[in-house]
Write a protein that binds this ligand. Sequence first.
Ligand code: FAD
Length: 297
Amino acid sequence: MKISELLRQRPTLSFEIFPPKNKDGDISSIYSTIDQLAQLKPDFISVTYGAGGSTTRNTVEIATMIKERWQIESVAHLSCIDATAENLRGVLDQLKEKGIENILALRGDYPKGYDPQTAPQEFRHASDLAAFITANYPDAFCLSGACYPEVHEEADSLEADLRHLKIKADAGASYLVTQIFLDNNYYYRLLREARKRGIQVPILAGIMPATNAKQLLNMSKMCGCSIPYTLSVMIERFSAHPAAMQEIGLNYAAWQIMDLITNGVEGIHLYTMNRPQIATEIMRRCDAILREFRDAH
Ligand code: FAD
């Protein structure tokens, strides 16, 4: 089923996982992760994509398995920064053949050693990829795109980022998923400003629970998300106490979800980091609220 159809009916709860990283390309360690996530009955699970070789194959394979073995809808991420149209056709043909109906169309992060002089330049932005898929695979896929509550690091301003986001939505992204944020006010700002500019597609909120101080600080640095004062004080006070930090991280993520649902969010997308126990624990902390959210029509 296309996620856009699902979103027309009700808000969604979804999870993101990544293909296991190991030298021999063995993906079997992901099975128990999916098993445990499946018990939480998500509307879909998305699988990240790293450009090139076995990682690409693994994304397709895992997305296919989620659908076939667990009967859960899947979304395959696909990036285009160093791809050619021919490479992309190869992956898109595979996805179509395997019955994958949902793609998160991304530009992707610049790979290590990326050289614009030698790298293919056919696709510069995620919107180029969305337009390519829409033109070459009409109606085959439901496309989505990424968006940034605290503005993408390369964008000059919120205004410019939103202008580009509108191009992405117009090129076929039928819903958007946000980058991680820890201050819900940035999500509400994005929603408000996007709507003002005619971006009407659902914007799912990306939440990542961090359960230790180092992880929280890394996440803030890597994803460019700011740490609200109340949370930074808790980190300062409890950073040397792992159990306390875990409690803070779980409760904080649960609180973010409750606040978002209260304010009418159309979807919660949990970055699980392949840690299903954490996802389970968060769901448990807002169980009644999530049940009401998912029953909403
Ligand atoms: P774009 O939408 O192309 O935006 C990148 C920059 O270019 C922005 O500054 C934007 O303002 C600007 N821009 C966009 N369009 C235009 C235009 N037409 N003209 C001028 N400027 C423009 N990375 C991976 O490698 N694999 C993954 O699986 C993955 N999954 C992700 C999932 C989510 C939900 C999110 C939020 C991010 C994910 N990323 C992933 C990271 C993502 O690839 C990076 O954040 C990357 O830097 C930008 O990708 P994008 O698709 O948002 O790019």
